[in-house]
Design a protein around this ligand. Structure first.
Ligand code: MN
Ligand code: MN
Length: 465
């Protein structure tokens, strides 16, 4: 009796792997392999957008600029300054009844070069950095780093830089103190152990051979950069150069059940939503996929979700559908539904004290829905309405997708945010919905292949609803 009742009434929170059959397991591993291959060529927002655009073109999507008018079934995209992108499939139903939006971000925590990065000290040349996003600074020393980005010259010429990914490339690193002399450093608080101003990248040590010049090592580096890219020191001022871990994405564990890689926050949700978008055929409601930038530093700026670029894209759709009129944009947002697809803090048994085990997201238990994020009494959160949570649950249950309702850590322990509130403030129904991650924001983050697959299925089902 009790057993039957329990079976009927309990939220079972099963491990997803237990109900996976051989053919599903194959699909799960295949998707993760494609994901890892994609990640290895998309470590920065610019690289992600470049790959996404290529994939979109291969799957019949075209730049919205190429369309004079739009009709149901059209597959379009808009790329914003090479760093963010919106894709859409025009739905069969009128767009006035709302869109189905999935929004992730493609920027990840990293180290950016300062505007005047290059200096020489005691026979070494260095690049100064300014970290981007929430990092634990000590994690970024003594690991191999690669340099990615662009340098733009005053004549408009744009030079793409990628050093440290190819087997034959050199890599870079930030040094740390040997334990023998670290007595003082080791007494410090963890967050003060490595100073932000000390995150200087070691980039060379051979002096230029000329008796008469000073700063010979710096000169030699500039000469190498001049030979390779045709740039002078001042050109570094108009560059966006980012340091990211030189590690490759790999399968993790004897059972290969997990993925370990840099930048999974939030490229795991960006990739799975993009992959689902490529598979879509006809949709009832217009399907929108957002790949945004600058989430890690507050979504500000003209490539961040707070900018009006997204409104502009939707207005262009309304214009080209030939139905635009005053306030229609507001109406469309108010009738839309959104999954804010961002990663969740996975429960880590080694650090269990920060999580409420009853409300934590577990790796391998499927997609995590976060009704709210925020900190200290839900402050700053967009709290999803019960009605909308029920609607999303229904979509997931109809499609046999395992899901968990989660919170980001214990009450008053910390907190965080996503782009959810931005669309919610426009009137859209939004819930956070993503993959649980271990070691979030670290150079090497861990996810479960089961959850990656679960995210892909969720996003596809949401758009097809
Ligand atoms: Mn994120
Ligand atoms: Mn993040």
């Amino acid at each position: 009796m009790g057993e039957e009742l329990q079976e009927k009434l309990f939220n079972k929170k099963e491990n997803g792997w237990e109900s996976v059959n051989q053919s599903e397991k194959k699909e799960i591993f295949e998707l993760s392999k494609n994901y890892m291959d994609f990640l290895n060529n998309a470590k920065t927002e610019r690289e992600f957008i470049k790959q996404a655009r290529k994939l979109a073109n291969e799957n019949g999507y075209k730049d919205i600029i190429e369309f004079e008018t739009l009709k149901p079934g059209d597959r379009i995209y808009f790329v914003n300054r090479d760093k963010s992108m919106y894709l859409a499939i025009i739905g069969e139903d009128t767009i006035e009844n709302g869109m189905h939006i999935i929004g992730s971000h493609v920027d990840s925590p990293r180290l950016d070069l300062k505007p005047n990065p290059l200096y020489e000290d005691s026979g070494f040349a260095y690049f100064k950095t300014h970290y981007y996003g929430g990092i634990k600074k000590y994690q970024w020393t003594t690991i191999p780093l690669s340099l990615h980005g662009v340098i733009v010259k005053t004549n408009g010429e744009k030079i793409e830089v990628n050093v440290g990914e190819n087997e034959n490339d050199p890599v870079f690193t930030i040094t740390d103190l040997l334990p023998h002399l670290a007595q003082e450093q080791m007494e410090k608080k963890l967050k003060e152990g490595i100073n932000g101003e000390d995150l200087n990248l070691l980039i060379g040590s051979i002096p230029y051979t000329d008796e008469k010049v000073r700063e010979k090592v710096k000169l030699n580096i500039l000469n190498i950069l001049y030979q390779k890219y045709g740039i002078i020191e001042m050109d570094l001022a108009s560059s966006e150069l980012e340091l990211v871990p030189a590690f490759r994405a790999r399968s993790l564990g004897f059972d290969e059940s997990m993925v370990v890689a840099y930048g999974q926050d939030d490229k795991v949700c960006a990739y799975t939503s993009l992959a689902a978008m490529m598979e879509l055929k006809q949709v009832k409601n217009t399907a929108i996929c957002i790949l945004s930038d600058k989430e890690e530093i507050g979504s500000m700026g003209n490539t961040g979700m707070e900018s009006h670029m997204f409104d502009f894209f939707i207005s262009e759709i309304l214009n080209k559908l030939g139905i635009n009129k005053p306030n229609l944009l507001d109406k469309v947002f108010c009738f839309s539904k959104m999954l804010s697809s961002d990663v969740d803090a996975g429960f880590d048994p080694i650090y269990s004290s920060v999580s409420d085990k009853t409300n934590a997201g577990f790796l391998g238990k499927g997609i995590a829905l976060e009704k709210y994020t925020g900190a200290r009494g839900k402050s700053g959160a967009s709290d999803a309405n019960a009605e909308y949570v029920a609607w999303v649950r229904n979509v997931l249950e109809k499609n046999n997708i395992k899901y968990q309702l989660t919170e980001l850590g214990k009450v008053d322990i910390g907190g965080g945010g996503t782009i959810a509130y931005i669309l919610a403030n426009k009137g859209t129904d939004v819930i956070d919905c993503g993959v649980p991650v271990l070691s979030m924001h670290a150079p090497y983050e861990v996810t479960s292949k089961y959850d990656i697959y679960s995210a892909y299925k969720t996003y596809k089902a949401f758009w097809e609803e």
